[in-house]
Structures are given as structure tokens and as C-alpha cells.
Design a protein. Structure first.
Length: 87
């Protein structure tokens, strides 16, 4: 799978958020602010995960145009990936 430039840029923003989070912790900023930033990072990762799974699922469905069983397997796999990402 080839990753869209938008997804890569999104992950670079997440990387910047994590660096900012580490800096906040090194500067002993308030627990509330640190946890809020952690939540923002988690939400950004969750959104990106969903977009990656969506792209992958679309590609799998395109590749298995005629094969209903392959489509069902691709959908099941996508659901499993999303569930695993939330554990």
C-alpha cells in the first residue's frame, strides 16, 4: 500500500504534538494541561488510524470486485484492525 501524502503529513503533525507533550512534561506543566495534550494526540492517532484502514479497505474492495467472500473478509479485517487500535 502506498500512503497518501496527507496521511504522512498528518503523522508528522502528531510527531510534533508528541514532542510538545514531552517538552510540557520536562517543564513540569500542570497535570491537566499534559493530559489534555495526551488526549489530543490520542484523538489524532485514532483519526489517522481510521483513515488508513478506510483507504486499505477501499483498495481491497476494488481489487475484489467480483469475489463477495473476499469483500467480506476485507471488511472483517478492517473491523478487527479498528478494534485492536482501541485496546
Amino acid at each position: 500500500m502506498s500512503y497518501d501524502r496527507k496521511l504522512i503529513n498528518r503523522m508528522k503533525r502528531v510527531e510534533g504534538q508528541v514532542r510538545g507533550l514531552v517538552k510540557m512534561m520536562e517543564e513540569d506543566q500542570s497535570c491537566r494541561d499534559v493530559v489534555m495534550q495526551m488526549s489530543a494526540v490520542r484523538n489524532a492517532i485514532d483519526k489517522t488510524t481510521a483513515l488508513v484502514v478506510r483507504e486499505n479497505l477501499q483498495q481491497c474492495l476494488i481489487e475484489s470486485k467480483e469475489d463477495e467472500e473476499a469483500k467480506d473478509e476485507a471488511i472483517d479485517e478492517a473491523i478487527e484492525l479498528l478494534l485492536k487500535s482501541r485496546k
